[in-house]
Design a binder for this molecule. Sequence first.
Ligand SMILES: [Zn+2]
Ligand SMILES: [Zn+2]
Length: 303
Amino acid sequence: MNQADVVEVESPLTIQSPRETAPPKAAGNSFHRTFDRIGIALIHIGTVYAFYRGADFGLVAMAVAFYFVRMFAITGVYHRYFSHRTYKTSRVFQFLLALLGTSATQKGAIWWASAHRRHHKYSDTEKDVHSPKQRGFWYAHMGWWLGREHEETDTSQVRDLTKFPELVFLDKWYVLGVFACMGIAAAIRGFDGFLWGYVVSTCFLMHGTFTINSLAHVYGSRRYETTDTSRNNFWLALITMGEGWHNNHHHYMSSANQGFYWWEIDMSYYILKGLEKVGLIWDVRKAPAHIVEGTATSTSAAA
Ligand SMILES: [Zn+2]
Ligand SMILES: [Zn+2]
């Protein structure tokens, strides 16, 4: 590995600085705003139509496969890498991971990380991007995503990411990854492939991801007395490949594994361990024993 290619990371919390003034924002793009809103509406209408049309085993398998590959792109990549830098990788693989992430139809890695870092920084306070405690369940689930308030990138949160022009490009043109995903699904099984591989799986992926912002702050158990309302929820951990251990995650956000014990199933972490084994990622961080045992005072501000 050429050292020049290695991405040196800083802890996100050393980058964030408290501020009371309005955040600096990246320039908006009306095409993307329109694409997002119309796209989300069409994905829901298309999902209803797909169920009405019916499917065979192959189409359902396609929907499941497209769901889990892209769920990993959100959990193992956008969340655990770009938002929290819980492992290191090369600049080339970083780009490929970000490219895979765009196929999930949740915008670019930089925008996603910026909104998510704000969620941790201001968890369940007025400045939280999506807090069921502040603005209700549906706002935390989807309202914040559809509204105008958070549609642009708060660049003050992501200076470690904006220094990579290729990531800035992907953030601006994340629709290319979306179209590529649609094209692959259609190439496999034509119109039905597009419907089940892209439309249905994206609809479930969207709501699956959003449950962590809504349900995981409402239903489940609290192992750690964090300053927010985060909870651990086994069922959410299954559908989100490990993100349901959300109370663990708010307790210590810099860990690549969110399931702290062997019985806390965390599919994203198992995949990350596989990528580490083959040398594509390294320095995969885990929570220290005293954090897991809860003997140290740790809050959502732990990094
Ligand atoms: Zn949370
Ligand atoms: Zn997080």
